[in-house]
Design a protein around this ligand. Structure first.
Ligand SMILES: NC(=O)c1ccc[n+]([C@@H]2O[C@H](COP(=O)([O-])OP(=O)(O)OC[C@H]3O[C@@H](n4cnc5c(N)ncnc54)[C@H](O)[C@@H]3O)[C@@H](O)[C@H]2O)c1
Length: 347
């Protein structure tokens, strides 16, 4: 019997093509990520729990699988497979590496394998910018922006926050490794032309910022004094495990997805375990986008995004289209070879 339907052509999109596809398109990517959150809020996505592969002999390392499906106008299935090896920094390599597979929702066939770490960083940063825009609106644009943890994610978050056209008066940085803080200050922040202060005491950074970005690799809370937040900053708690339970409980808490973020010993998960309730969670990002919730300006606000696979797919599908159009996707001809159920394919 002749086949009615062939598999889509398969291609690989290397990191350089991913980067080129995203260059100069930050506003578009933020809009795309907002659309993906809207679809998620309208239940037009499937986003099962992430699967964590851990290693008894390498307790700080993990590889996470994030399968997902996005409906609506995006229409793609797939999976992100992302490694986190904090020891890589000592080898001169980024902590995270990833690939992203896109599947055709008609046939299930994978049609693209993309370098995933840039897409992952970009969707994380776009999500932070999307939340920051809504959370700062009632209190005015922040003048002092602080980065707690100064790795690759902090760099991308800075780039995407720059899209919001804030008139930042001063940047602050703190990292437990002063060399990383100094390098981040010199290479990422000083080119903005704004004053940059490198802090040696975390309390001073926290008290000195209207908007804080946490992007460390801390495994357990280390910022535990609620009084540090008495000036009611907006906190983008991207690394999820820095803040103590008392800080969480005294703040307004906004998350991306309740079920996802209350897992894996995040700070909000620890707060749930301590109190036995979820009442300290006030809203999701979808509630902010629809206007159903507005964060009060007279309390600290903490945004805790677990990071949804649907965002990787939305950005990945966009990158794929751009890369194919620009000739940056590498076709792998004949990748799927046995395409007749009964007849053996020719060698
Ligand atoms: N929520 C999400 O969607 C999402 C997505 C991607 C990454 N992340 C998280 O973002 C974090 C940062 O990722 P990255 O790739 O930039 O990592 P990275 O290793 O490049 O940088 C982390 C930095 O944090 C510093 N650090 C570690 N512990 C610290 C502490 N207790 N105090 C101060 N500084 C500390 C390190 O010295 C390092 O400079 C990771 O925890 C990662 O899991 C979250």
């Amino acid at each position: 019997m002749s086949r009615q339907l062939g598999p889509p052509p398969f291609c690989v999109v290397p990191g350089q093509a991913v980067q080129q596809s995203l260059r100069g398109r930050r506003a578009e990517v933020i809009a795309l990520v907002e659309d993906a959150y809207r679809l998620h809020g309208q239940r037009q996505t499937v986003n099962p729990p992430s699967y964590f592969l851990r290693f008894p002999d390498r307790p700080d390392a993990r590889i996470i699988a994030l399968p997902a499906s996005v409906g609506g106008g995006i229409g793609v299935d797939g999976i992100k497979w992302v490694s986190s090896f904090p020891g890589n920094l000592g080898l001169g390599l980024p902590r995270a590496s990833a690939l992203l597979l896109l599947n055709d929702p008609r046939t299930g066939y994978p049609f693209a394998c993309l370098e995933g770490s840039i897409i992952s960083a970009v969707r994380t940063a776009a999500s932070a910018a999307c939340a920051a825009r809504r959370l700062t609106a009632p209190r005015g644009a922040p003048r002092r922006v602080g980065f707690f943890g100064t790795g690759l994610i902090a760099r991308f978050v800075h780039e995407y926050l720059s899209e919001l056209d804030w008139d930042v008066e001063e940047f602050g940085v703190f990292d437990r490794d002063g060399r990383y803080a100094a390098s981040f200050a010199a290479q990422v922040l000083e080119p903005t032309g704004r004053p940059v202060r490198v802090y040696s005491r975390p309390e001073e950074l926290v008290r000195g910022a209207d908007l804080l970005v946490f992007a460390t690799t801390a495994a357990a809370p280390h910022v535990v004094a609620p009084a540090w937040f008495d000036h009611n900053p907006v906190v983008l708690h991207i690394s999820l495990r820095d803040l103590g339970t008392e800080v969480i409980l005294r703040s307004v808490n906004v998350v991306d997805d309740v079920e996802h973020v209350l897992k894996a010993d995040t700070s909000v998960h620890l707060a749930e375990q301590r109190t036995g309730t979820r009442e300290f969670l006030h809203a999701t990002l979808y509630d902010l986008l629809t206007g159903a919730f507005t964060a009060p300006p007279d309390r600290p606000v903490v945004f805790s995004p677990f990071g949804l696979g649907v965002l990787d797919l939305a950005v990945g599908a966009y990158v794929y289209q751009q890369a194919v159009a620009a000739g940056g996707a590498v076709p792998i001809s004949g990748f799927f070879h046995e395409l007749d159920r009964h007849r053996t394919a020719e060698a």
